[in-house]
Design a protein around this ligand. Sequence first.
Ligand code: SF4
Ligand code: SF4
Length: 138
Amino acid sequence: MKQFWEDGLRFSCQQCGRCCCGEPGIVYFSPEEFDRLVAFLGKTRQLGREKIIAEYMKPWRDSYTARDDFEDGHCVFYDHGCTVYDVRPSQCRDFPFWRCQLKNEKAWQDAAKSCPGMNRGRLWSADEICAIAANSRI
Ligand code: SF4
Ligand code: SF4
């Protein structure tokens, strides 16, 4: 089936932080991603696993989601940018090439209304998009 993105899609993050704030949601860290986060925060903030769980995480499915139970709904790791950027979970890495946003052009354009980086900047090829979407959990 012909995909609306077969000639590629443009996206360059504008670092506005909108996708890390606002509506509460799930920022899922798989068990492997959580291990990487623990190693990172152990090194950068000298925090142990139990402290990280207590301060930053909520249980979710087989692992954890980042806390966002703040008045403005921001992710606990957001502070003028992602403070755990190198170990952010695949959900954040894959955005905006989530399967649910690639299923048709309307879904893509709807998402673009709240992400100023979509439809501008770097042209991502269909092969690149396919590779990201294949691993996307969303
Ligand atoms: S909403 Fe889009 S442009 Fe803004 S930080 Fe998120 S990905 Fe980048
Ligand atoms: S982990 Fe980082 S990139 Fe992902 S929502 Fe939180 S602050 Fe944003």
